[in-house]
Design a protein around this ligand. Structure first.
Ligand code: PHE
Length: 348
């Protein structure tokens, strides 16, 4: 029998026998028999030196090929045997490993937080910078510097949670900020125009809770001050925001309003998502929901922070953040956001 015939015989025998093995012990015996030191194959490899150079080339290549093939088959068979054992032992313990895995519930951002990021991003893309400020605020920033002195009736519209009583504080009372507007003053005290900022954050009001009122909610303040800023800039910016957030076809309405720190002042309303303008509980049957107050920064406010109102002008706006997802998704009760009901929260 020629050497190459011999190699063929080895191959046939090895492959045939490998088929019949089905555990680790048998595999090891097979390995010793066909790939071990005393195997026929090894003998052939060792005897190569006795052959002529030409024979050695041909036979050597064939023998090495056979060796690689056998090793390859062995490792595949080993894997199959291991897999079979795993399945069998799982079966003995009553585990069906062919069942799909159980998925787990991942956490997610609160709908108000999601919208908060989204609104910030829209204003960032228009060149505004995001800043934040303190929730415990001085009377001065929350009211006084915003043109709302002690006896001003506008204070009544913002039911305030006071931290110090008037008497204790000697006129320097602290409070929980009732709006984000105090940050207008804080920023303008430090930064000279041109400036464009938005200020998102929590605000507090001492109010009875109902479908549209809760004592803590979020606002986003906007402020732009530069030479030559007009009401057209204010409207353009807010239209653009509404278009991007609510879509092209949602109606927007501006009407005159009064805030002591702007002149003139406006309110912006959006067509109600629940009734599409027909009138419902959410919009108080008007078909519109007011989402923000705005206006041109009052000259007296600019003077207070030493910005010359003869040279500079600005616009400001403040919107209620919770209202925005309510409008977008048609949510009819603001309390749902803070009721921690996962059936509600998981929808976003
Ligand atoms: N701070 C006002 C409010 O909370 C909203 C507002 C902000 C109005 C800026 C005008 C300009 O009602």
């Amino acid at each position: 029998m020629s050497v190459s015939q011999q190699l063929e015989e080895i191959r046939k025998a090895a492959m045939g026998e490998l088929d019949g093995t089905n555990n680790a012990r048998e595999l090891e015996a097979w390995r010793v028999r066909y790939l071990g030191k005393k195997s026929q194959l090894n003998e052939v490899l060792r005897s190569l030196s006795r052959l002529s150079l030409e024979e050695r080339k041909a036979v050597g290549a064939a023998a090495n090929r056979l060796k690689a093939d056998l090793e390859n088959e062995l490792s595949q068979k080993e894997q199959a045997v291991r897999q079979d054992r795993l399945v069998a032992s799982a079966g003995e313990r009553g585990i069906d490993i062919s069942l799909p895995g159980r998925s787990f519930r991942a956490g997610r951002l609160h709908p108000v937080t999601q919208v908060y990021h989204e609104i910030n991003d829209i204003f960032i893309s228009m060149g505004f910078e995001v800043v934040e400020g303190p929730e415990v605020e001085w009377d001065y920033y929350n009211f006084e510097a915003l043109n709302i002195p002690k006896e001003h009736p506008a204070r009544d519209t913002m039911a305030t949670l006071w931290i110090d009583s008037e008497a204790e504080s000697g006129g320097r009372s602290r409070l929980l900020r009732t709006h984000t507007s105090p940050m207008q003053i804080r920023v303008m005290e430090k930064v000279r125009p041109p400036l464009r900022i938005v200020v998102p954050g929590k605000v507090y009001r001492y109010e009875a809770t109902d479908a549209t009122h809760i004592p803590m909610f979020h606002q986003l303040e906007g402020l732009a001050v530069d030479e030559g800023i007009t009401m057209a800039d204010l409207k353009g910016t807010l239209y653009e925001f509404a278009r991007r957030f609510f879509g092209e076809d949602r109606k927007v309405r501006f009407r005159c309003d009064y805030f002591p720190f702007v002149e003139p002042g406006v309110e912006m309303a959006i067509e109600c998502a629940v009734c599409k303008g027909e009138g419902c509980r959410l919009c108080g049957s008007s078909g519109w929901i007011e989402i923000l107050g705005a206006g041109m920064v009052h000259p007296r406010v600019l003077e207070r922070v030493n910005i010359d109102p003869e040279v500079y002008s600005g616009f400001a706006f403040g919107m209620g953040i919770e209202r925005i997802p309510m409008l977008r998704y048609g949510i009819n009760d603001i309390r749902l956001f803070y009721g921690s009901d996962l059936r509600f929260l998981r929808q976003f």
